[in-house]
Design a protein around this ligand. Structure first.
Ligand code: ADE
Length: 250
């Protein structure tokens, strides 16, 4: 896969794509992340990339010409797939979108700065607009890093244990269950007994119930979107009943 990022801060993207799971995916040749700086394609001695907006008002807007030349250079170099503009006006980026993007040969990300990008560039060249949440960042780079990370870790061979991605939060629309590990200091203190039982069916059932219960408690909006199986409903009812009987429930 190939991800091309149009950004005034290419070093930011190089950093984000250079560490951890995504850094390893790059090393393994699963994904190439290439940054393109519109400033290098801007005309004149000052290499202007922004201008005051028509109609007045505060702030500057990114000019279309450097973006157009930068995009053309990336495409000529082989950048492929849709151009995705990261902005607070976009559709919410989700695990489902990450999963879909991870099956494609590539895409391009456009990072805005200042007050945004000239609308005519967006209309002519942008295929999709994505937001990573209802807050305003000072630029699209952090959002692009989020997309690169969420997609990169899903590529076949990126995670050392492929099964772990399937168990992530949101993969089945639920939050993840709690995890415990062998800690020298804590030992088995506070670890639910079932996890020490070696009974894999019981453990799987407990994990499912915790995932359902946590989602019910913390993100009822997610739960409302799911059609739970009869078994899931039973597990959740049991969880809720147990909560109600525990006055000190967290
Ligand atoms: N750029 C600025 N804020 C953003 C957000 N919330 N999501 C994506 N891109 C952004």
């Amino acid at each position: 896969m190939r991800i091309d990022v149009l950004t005034l801060f290419p070093e930011f993207i190089a950093q984000a794509a250079g560490v951890g799971v995504v850094g390893r995916a790059v090393e393994r040749g699963l994904v190439a992340v290439k940054a393109w700086n519109p400033r290098e394609y801007a005309a004149g001695n000052y290499r202007r990339v922004d201008e005051r907006p028509f109609g007045g008002g505060p702030g500057m807007v990114m000019l279309p010409e450097p973006l157009e030349a930068c995009l053309a250079a990336a495409r000529a170099d082989g950048a492929m797939g849709p151009l995705i503009y990261l902005s607070p006006q976009g559709a919410r980026f989700t695990q489902a979108r990450a999963r879909a993007l991870a099956t494609t040969p590539g895409f391009l990300l456009l990072c805005g700065r200042y007050e945004g990008v000239d609308e005519r560039f967006i209309e002519a060249h942008v295929d999709e607009e994505l937001s990573i949440g209802d807050y305003v960042l000072s630029g699209g780079e952090l959002a692009a890093a989020v997309v690169v990370d969420a997609v990169g870790r899903l590529l076949d061979g990126a995670l050392n244990d492929a099964a772990s991605a399937a168990q992530d939060s949101f993969e089945d629309g639920l939050l993840d269950c709690p995890h415990y590990t062998r800690s020298e200091r804590l030992g088995t203190a506070g670890v639910p007994e079932v996890l020490l039982s070696g009974d894999h069916a019981r453990i799987a059932r407990w994990r499912r119930q915790q995932a359902l219960g946590r989602t019910w408690r913390r993100r009822p909006d997610l739960l409302a979107r799911l059609a739970l199986s009869a078994e899931d409903r039973r597990l959740l009812e049991e969880f809720i009943a147990r909560q109600a009987s525990r006055a000190d429930a967290p």
